[in-house]
Design a protein around this ligand. Structure first.
Ligand code: ATP
Ligand code: MG
Length: 317
């Protein structure tokens, strides 16, 4: 039995060396780094001691070796990480802009990541978990959506809970079936982890974030909604309370992966039996730690690192 199962894109990421670096001009890139939103989530959770299983697909190449070795080193079960003998591992090139935004070139649909399947044996094994985490970024094609749907349904049949980080991205939302799949998961998840922008996407006309959160909590299945608020920390909503936890003050080096690490730490802490407030503090610390380190998965942290960060800010949290 796993604590947490997750599935989705595995990719090698390359980061432009300087800000505003262009893709149509020759420049230098750092990498490859193991990446993919569900992988960052999984790494964070596993480093905190959770038993994590992963389903994904990489190519039969060096990038695939790098990613599988990284997941394994973190203690993640990679029994359902497939090797594609024909297509290369997915890649992403990222360039940070002076205004803080990011530009990407992805090669996912035509890579190994875009060919992921999940056979009945793998499904059976993975669905024996307490939490199944879904990233909105993994709902990128009809085939990927079908995998998530099967996994979610089986986990639910087994009595497990679904956590969902919508990670709504403009470039994905217009693809066939993506909007419907996102809304289906909003309606069907137990734990919902939106950012401010995700909640705006779900807001009814004239509704503020507060009202949207309360409405989702009362109308949908979810019993916990945690709003990620970047440097401001997070705010959690349950049927009986609202818990606000301020962010930790850190120097931001690389924002990539903050939300994924936040989610990984939160679910790992809940799986370990932490009460909600403490789980939120650990999640905030994981998100804050992630932004201090360059590289998508390089900022994942173990429990001792998080406790040190929290001890440094004292009992103000
Ligand atoms: P991502 O860009 O990874 O998708 P997100 O939009 O899902 O991120 P954020 O709210 O940006 O989520 O970050 C997640 C969490 O990480 C925040 O709730 C907070 O706890 C922590 N965090 C993010 N940025 C900072 C920061 N600059 N300082 C301190 N904590 C931060
Ligand atoms: Mg996010």
């Amino acid at each position: 039995m796993f604590d947490i199962t997750t599935s989705g894109e595995l990719l090698a990421e390359f980061m432009a060396e300087v800000r505003d670096q262009r893709f149509d001009t020759t420049g230098r890139f750092h990498g490859p780094f193991a990446s993919g939103a569900p992988a960052i989530f999984a790494s964070q959770a596993a480093r905190m001691g959770a038993r994590v299983a992963y389903a994904g697909r990489v190519g039969d190449d060096g990038f695939g070796d790098l990613i599988v070795a990284r997941l394994r080193d973190d203690g993640i079960d990679v029994g359902a990480v497939q090797r594609d003998l024909e297509r290369p591992t997915g890649t992403a090139f990222v360039s940070y802009q002076a205004d803080g935004s990011r530009r990407f070139i992805f090669n996912l649909a035509h890579s190994a990541a875009g060919q992921q399947t999940l056979d009945e044996d793998q499904l059976e094994r993975l669905a024996a978990c307490r939490y199944c985490h879904v990233m909105g970024s993994s709902l990128s094609s009809p085939a990927a959506i079908a995998i998530v749907r099967r996994l979610v349904a089986r986990v639910r049949d087994n009595g497990g809970q679904i956590s969902f980080d919508p990670n709504v991205r403009d470039e994905l939302i217009e693809r066939p079936g993506v909007r419907e799949a996102l809304l289906e998961l909003v309606a069907g998840c137990d734990i919902f982890l939106p950012s401010d922008a995700d909640l705006e996407w779900l807001a009814a006309a004239g509704e503020d974030a507060e009202r949207t959160a309360q409405r989702l909590l009362s109308e949908q299945r979810m019993s916990l909604l945690v709003l990620k608020r970047a440097a401001a920390g997070c705010r959690a909503y349950t049927a009986s309370e609202v818990i606000e936890v301020p962010g930790l003050s850190v120097e931001e080096v690389d924002p990539t992966g903050a939300g994924d690490c936040f989610g990984g730490a939160l679910i790992a802490a809940l799986a370990a039996g932490c009460e909600l407030h403490q789980a939120l503090r650990l999640a905030n610390a994981a998100g804050a730690h992630a932004v201090t380190v360059l590289g998508p998965m390089e900022g994942c942290s173990d429990l001792a690192t998080l406790e040190q960060r929290l001890a440094a800010v004292g009992e103000t949290q």
